[in-house]
Design a protein around this ligand. Structure first.
Ligand SMILES: [Cu+2]
Length: 520
């Protein structure tokens, strides 16, 4: 049986609102989710109506004026005085813009990849159509995926997020160490209360000791399905890469998932019934499912390359929960970095990338390509019993100038990806990772252990409440856990409670450092 670790009855929430939506007079119920073969635990009867509403049109963007942190927090830091001039970006209060101070073309990368200027992140609802289904989805500045942010190692990044939606939201800077800077980390209910509709929050952090590719995404409910973008960290000025200089950098590729259904309704239904959430309808390359899905050929991601060159390619797995295989037909890839850490370069035909993980590759193109186009493909890996989206998404690597521009995508040579359950392929790939471990980039691993902690992370079950029928395994509810403790939304963000040393009703200071039963 699961024992809630953080005890906080939903009905007594004082500071952090738990409402996924703030219903307004213009809301109406969304249509019932369809049960069926693509549904997790489809054998269970009776799908309840999801508790969700369609979104009204977003309010027009306007100058943000609300405070960056909850004013109730005595731990609140002073908001940065605006405009903040830093080595990289500042936000001007007057124009709601940030500007890259050193915004010139990077001579090393030989491409204009530095954002010269951009807007504050305005989070709003935008209509997007994929697979012939049009949905209103959360976006940043109307872009899907969201804008690429580019900084250098050592830069201070100041980003104001303004929420124009009726959903709560917060932004997580995935992989950023946030040394002694937890207020900028972003997970709702952990380091901050979520930003409510009409509110804003300033994320202010310095990128220390990291360079490579990371990303940002929403960290409230399932909004990260749509709200994500790359965070590129260039080496310090004048400092090169520890691998051969690439000819150019290709645009980052973010893998994702597309659901025809309203994704907030999907997760709300799963939480209510205790079943696994419905699976996605497609995987995507930068938001585009590509030609392997119905009504999708026109939504194919394409990247142009020249023969006989070496490119730097940044990969980001922003799928919800799926580990993905990735390959490019007839091409060998060289992995040089993962999660903003350089690694000893190694080659592979097929990569495995975990959800949240990032990887930088060197892609050397063929001097005399046998085809004008090659397929890049992603497909899932899993070793569990649950249902999952077992489809393959394809994007196109296009040699320019193409000799046969009339060539259709139907004849794309596909890379041979492993079967969905090929654990050996995953283990083989994972075993190739080694720290770069040079004098400039040493592998600093602590050698003395002063406290032993064993965390077992798993997916278990909670008993079904007595007044309900549940659709998880054997009539229970699925619940994720660490050392057999699941998470219950607190009434105060955990960091704030910790800062105030007010743990009562929020969290306990004695989280178990071992699972209740011996592991393995
Ligand atoms: Cu993340």
């Amino acid at each position: 049986m699961m024992i809630p670790y953080i005890e906080s009855p939903y009905s007594f929430l004082a500071k952090c609102t738990t409402s996924l939506l703030l219903p307004s007079a213009t809301t109406k119920p969304v249509q019932k989710l369809r049960p069926g073969s693509r549904t997790a635990w489809a054998g269970h009867p009776k799908w309840a109506l999801p508790v969700a509403y369609e979104m009204p049109a977003p309010p027009p963007p306007h100058a943000a004026s609300s405070p960056p942190l909850p004013s109730s927090s005595p731990c609140r830091r002073s908001p940065p005085a605006l405009p903040v001039t830093t080595r990289s970006m500042y936000i001007s209060n007057e124009h709601d813009r940030y500007t890259y101070m050193a915004g010139r073309v990077d001579p090393f990368l030989m491409c204009g990849c530095i954002d010269v200027s951009g807007r504050v992140l305005q989070v709003q609802m935008t209509n997007v159509t994929r697979l012939c289904v049009t949905k209103s989805i959360p976006t940043v500045n109307g872009q899907f995926p969201g804008p690429k942010l580019v900084v250098r190692e050592g830069d201070r990044l100041v980003v104001k997020v303004h929420n124009h939606m009726n959903y709560n939201v917060s932004f997580h800077w995935h992989g950023i160490l946030q040394l002694r800077n937890g207020w900028a980390d972003g997970p709702s209910y952990i380091t901050q209360c979520p930003i409510q509709g009409g509110g804003s929050y300033v994320y202010d952090f310095t990128v220390t000791g990291q360079r490579g590719t990371l990303w940002w995404h929403a960290h409230f409910s399932w909004l990260r399905v749509h709200l994500y973008g790359p965070l590129v960290i260039l080496p310090k000025r004048g400092e090169g890469f520890p691998f051969p200089r690439p000819y150019k950098e290709l645009p980052p590729i973010m893998f994702g998932e597309w659901f025809n259904a309203d994704t907030e309704a999907v997760i709300n239904q799963a939480l209510q019934t205790g079943a696994g959430p419905n699976i996605s309808d497609a995987y995507t390359f930068n938001g585009l499912p590509g030609p392997t899905y119905n009504c999708s050929s026109k939504d194919t991601y394409k990247v142009k390359v020249q023969p006989g060159r070496t490119y730097l390619l940044r990969l980001i797995n922003s799928a919800l929960n799926d580990e993905l295989f990735f390959g490019i037909a007839n091409h060998t890839l060289t992995v040089v970095e993962a999660d903003a850490n350089y690694v000893k370069p190694f080659t592979a035909k097929t990569l495995v990338i975990s959800p949240g993980q990032t990887m930088n590759l060197l892609l050397t193109t063929a001097p005399n390509p046998g085809s004008p186009v090659y397929a890049m493909a992603i497909a899932p890996y899993t070793n569990t019993q649950g249902t999952f989206d077992n489809t393959t998404a394809v994007a196109v690597l296009e040699y320019a100038p193409t000799r046969a521009s009339a060539t259709g995508n139907n004849n794309l040579p596909l890379p041979p990806l492993p079967r969905y359950n090929d654990t050996n392929a995953v283990a083989n790939f994972s075993s190739k990772f080694r720290s770069l471990a040079t004098a400039r980039y040493p592998a600093r691993v602590p050698r003395a252990v002063d406290r032993h902690v064993l965390f077992t992370v798993g997916l278990g079950t909670d008993p079904c409440p007595s007044n309900q029928t549940c659709q998880g395994p054997n009539g229970t509810k699925f619940a994720a856990s660490i050392n057999n403790n699941s998470f219950v939304r607190p009434r105060v963000a955990l960091l704030e409670a910790h800062c105030q040393r007010r743990y009562a009703g929020v969290l306990m200071a004695n989280f178990p450092t071992a699972p209740p039963h011996p592991f393995n």
